[in-house]
Write a new protein. Structure first.
Length: 121
């Protein structure tokens, strides 16, 4: 069986990227090109609701005993929201807003990114 050189290069490149990403000191930026699972939490932003492609202050299908309702997609409902979408990418607007308000990173002054650094929590 003949092996393709391009496949080997892709695999090696993927492994290299994984190793380098594992060495990075900070949190990855929130991006519309990335995928997030339900209830992925970002400090200062909230919980990601995959079917709605946005972040909210409460976990997906959070039950409030006082209200006797479930929270999903920014609204309260009498029943949990059932959807097969457990993983999705945020909208570009949602990703930009989330990256702006997140509190798990410390940004440099005067809007520059060159002096920024990350704080571990």
């Amino acid at each position: 069986m003949k092996r393709s050189r391009s496949i080997r290069l892709i695999l090696i490149g993927g492994v290299s990227a994984g190793v380098l990403a594992g060495c990075s000191p900070g949190k990855p930026p929130i991006s519309p090109d990335a995928v997030y699972v339900n209830n992925y939490y970002v400090p200062g932003v909230g919980y990601y609701h995959a079917p709605f492609r946005d972040w909210f202050p409460l976990p997906y299908n959070h039950f409030d005993a006082q209200r006797q309702q479930y929270f999903h997609g920014g609204r309260w409902g009498a029943a949990p929201f059932e959807n097969i979408t457990n993983v999705s990418s945020p909208t570009p607007q949602s990703a930009t807003h989330a990256e702006t308000v997140r509190t798990d990173i410390q940004r440099g002054g005067f809007g520059g990114t060159g002096g920024s650094h990350y704080v571990y929590s």
